[in-house]
Write a protein that binds this ligand. Structure first.
Ligand code: ADP
Ligand code: MG
Length: 312
C-alpha cells in the first residue's frame, strides 16, 4: 500500500480575503476532504497535517478582546485549541466524503505536541509574526508587561514575533504510527504541533513559539514511512523568479536542482522556502517523491499531472 502524507496550507482552510466564519472554513475544508477521499480511494494509506496561522491568529485576537473579562490563554494552549477546531472540521468533512465515495476507513485526529530543542537558536532570535496588529503605544506596553518581542511592520503597525524552532520529534509518534498502520486516516501535527521542551527528567512544558508546519510534515512523513509527501498550497507550481515578468514555472526538478535554486534565493523564508526544505528533508531521509501543488490538484498531483514534483 502506498503511503502518502498530505500537508494542507493555512490558506486551504481560510483564504485571506474571507472573513473567517465557520461556514466559510467548513466549505474550504470540504474541498480538501474530497481530494483526500479520492487519494484514499486509490488504496493509499493517508496521514494529513495542516497549517493554523489564520485560525490561531483569530483565537489570539479573541483572547485579546476579552481580556478584561477572562484571562488570556498562552500561545501553546491557543495552538492546541486550533488543532481541535480544524481537526473536528476535517474529521467530519472527511468522514462524509469517504461515506459518499463508499470507502470504509476510520478517521481520527491526534492532538500533537512537537518536541523542540530548548537551545534552538530560534529562541534567541524570534522571527515569526503572529496574532493581531497593535499601535505603537500598545506595543510598548506589551513589551514591558509581558516581555513580548514586538516588531514594526511598516504601514500596518506592530506585531508580536515568536521563535520558530526546528521540530525534533513528535511526542505522540507511537500513537500516530499505530493508527496509521491499521488504515486509519490520521490527522496530526496541525499547525506544526504545539512546541514543547523536555526538562532533564523528561517532563514536557509548552513554549511560546510556532513550529513550521511544512518542516513538521516532513517529520510526519518520515515517521509513517511515506512514499509521497504532498504539500498543498495556493499556487499552480513552484516558480523561478516568482512574481516577476520572467517567472518560470517548474513541473519537475531533482533534489540537487531544488537545493541550487534555494541557495539562489528563489524560495523565500516563511513561504516557499520551508516547503522546499521540507521536500529535501523528506527525500534525504529516503522518500520517493515530494510534490507541491494547489489544493484542487491534489489527486492529479499524486500521479504527476499537477504541481511541481521533486525527485531524489
Ligand atoms: P501555506 O499557507 O500554503 O503554507 P504560504 O503563503 O506559506 O502558504 O506559501 C505559499 C506562497 O508562497 C504562495 O502563495 C506564493 O505567493 C509564495 N511563493 C514564494 N516564492 C514562490 C515561488 N518561488 N514559487 C511559487 N510560490 C512562491
Ligand atoms: Mg506557509
Amino acid at each position: 500500500m502506498k503511503a502518502v502524507v498530505i500537508a494542507l496550507g493555512g490558506n486551504a482552510i481560510l483564504q485571506h480575503r474571507e472573513t473567517g466564519t465557520a461556514k466559510e472554513q467548513l466549505a474550504n475544508v470540504q474541498k480538501a476532504a474530497r481530494q483526500i477521499a479520492m487519494i484514499a480511494g486509490e488504496g493509499c494509506a493517508v496521514a494529513v497535517t495542516h497549517g493554523n496561522g489564520p485560525q490561531v491568529g483569530d483565537i489570539l485576537l479573541k483572547n485579546e478582546l476579552a481580556k478584561e473579562t477572562l484571562p488570556p490563554m498562552p500561545l501553546d494552549i491557543c495552538g492546541a485549541e486550533s488543532q481541535g477546531m480544524i481537526g473536528y472540521m476535517l474529521q467530519q468533512s472527511l468522514g462524509e466524503a469517504l461515506r459518499k465515495a463508499g470507502i470504509d476507513r476510520p478517521v481520527a485526529t491526534v492532538l500533537t505536541q512537537t518536541l523542540v530543542d530548548g537551545d534552538d537558536p530560534a529562541f534567541t532570535n524570534p522571527e515569526k509574526p503572529i496574532g493581531p496588529f497593535y499601535t505603537q503605544v500598545q506595543a510598548r506596553r506589551l513589551r514591558e508587561e509581558k516581555g513580548w518581542r514586538m516588531v514594526e511592520i511598516p504601514g500596518r503597525g506592530y506585531r508580536r514575533v515568536v521563535p520558530s524552532p526546528r521540530p525534533v520529534a513528535l511526542v505522540e509518534e507511537r500513537a500516530i504510527a499505530r493508527l496509521f498502520s491499521t488504515g486509519t486516516i490520521v490527522i496530526a501535527a496541525g499547525g506544526g504541533g504545539v512546541p514543547v521542551v523536555a526538562d532533564s527528567k523528561g517532563a514536557l512544558r509548552g513554549v511560546e513559539g510556532v513550529v513550521d508546519k511544512d518542516l513538521t510534515a516532513a517529520l510526519l512523513a518520515r515517521l509513517v514511512g511515506a512514499d509521497d509527501l504532498l504539500i498543498l498550497t495556493d499556487v499552480e507550481r513552484v516558480a523561478l523568479n516568482y512574481g516577476r515578468p520572467d517567472q518560470q514555472e517548474i513541473a519537475e526538478m531533482t533534489a540537487s536542482e531544488a537545493r541550487a535554486h534555494l541557495a539562489a534565493r528563489h524560495f523565500p523564508p516563511g513561504t516557499m522556502g520551508p516547503k522546499i526544505r521540507a521536500a529535501l528533508n523528506f527525500l534525504e531521509a529516503g522518500g520517493e517523491r515530494a510534490t507541491i501543488a494547489p489544493l484542487e490538484g491534489a489527486y492529479r498531483a499524486l500521479s504527476g499531472r499537477a504541481g511541481t514534483r521533486i525527485r531524489p
